[in-house]
Design a protein around this ligand. Structure first.
Ligand code: IPE
Ligand code: IPE
Ligand code: MG
Length: 233
């Protein structure tokens, strides 16, 4: 029997290199990556995974060239308003994690549109991390907690690591399997709180080429791992 992880997270890296290798503009890599994401999300959530979190844009990605940031923002609008039709048909619910500031209003509107459209879907949850930072998330959660304590709704002694999840951008279970494509071995400020006992899977495959078969390899590898959570064997 295969052990299917409940929550999978993917750091979708390597779009730029995928394009450069082919003599194309980096933006072509992002476009191809967006097609890969749609197909992959359907496959992953059909395979029994309940939650799929994907890193689409980090808070630090705003440090890229104006052209690349603009291209990505316009691509997000296209994805959420029209391209991602199949996700809704497949009964997938889309949610977002990240800061609103300084996202453009048309981007926020497109995000709200797909959230509203897929609100009642029940197959699985696609959590798109956009303008997301892991340290930022912990800081923002701490501020919400402090607010609750100062307004008398919460006692300091009731704060613990389990209830802390409720103050993160989305209240999701911990990550079982974290995948990073493109041969980089780092977490780049991704879901720091949620990855405390994640299994890591690194592959040299660039994200646009990370297809259903590549994902199944990651599941196979996950099944060979011995997760101990600090206990004896
Ligand atoms: C990941 O691909 C997508 C985003 C960060 C938006 P990259 O754009 O980081 O691709 P590389 O790492 O430059 O190849
Ligand atoms: C992480 O990739 C962010 C996303 C995949 C959206 P980066 O390409 O931005 O990370 P670094 O700069 O290589 O650490
Ligand atoms: Mg990169």
């Amino acid at each position: 029997m295969k052990n299917i992880p409940n929550h999978v997270a993917i750091i979708m890296d390597g779009n730029g290199r995928w394009a450069t290798k082919r003599g194309l503009n980096r933006s072509e890599g992002h476009k191809e990556g967006s097609k890969t994401l749609e197909k992959l999300a359907i496959h992953v959530l059909n395979s029994g995974v309940k939650y799929l979190s994907v890193y689409a844009f980090s808070t630090d990605n705003f440090k890229r060239t104006k052209e690349e940031v603009e291209y990505l923002m316009n691509l997000f609008i296209l994805m959420f308003k029209s391209k991602f039709k199949k996700l809704d048909k497949e009964n997938i619910k889309v949610i977002f994690s990240g800061r609103k500031e300084p996202l453009r209003k048309d981007v926020l509107d497109a995000m709200n549109e797909i959230v509203d459209k897929t609100r009642n879907n029940t197959k699985g949850i696609l959590n798109i991390c956009l303008n997301y930072g892991g340290q930022e998330e912990i800081v923002d959660a701490s501020k919400k907690l402090i607010d609750e304590v100062s307004s008398g709704n919460l006692k300091i002694e009731d704060i613990n690591k389990d209830m802390f999840y409720k103050y993160l951008y989305q209240d999701l279970p911990p990550i079982d399997l974290l995948i990073r494509t493109s041969g980089e071995y780092r977490v780049s400020n991704y879901m720091l709180y949620q990855m405390s006992y994640s299994e890591f899977y690194f592959t040299d495959v660039l994200f646009p080429d990370f297809d259903e078969k590549e994902f199944d390899k990651a599941i196979e590898e996950f099944n060979s791992r011995d997760r101990r959570f600090g206990k004896n064997k």
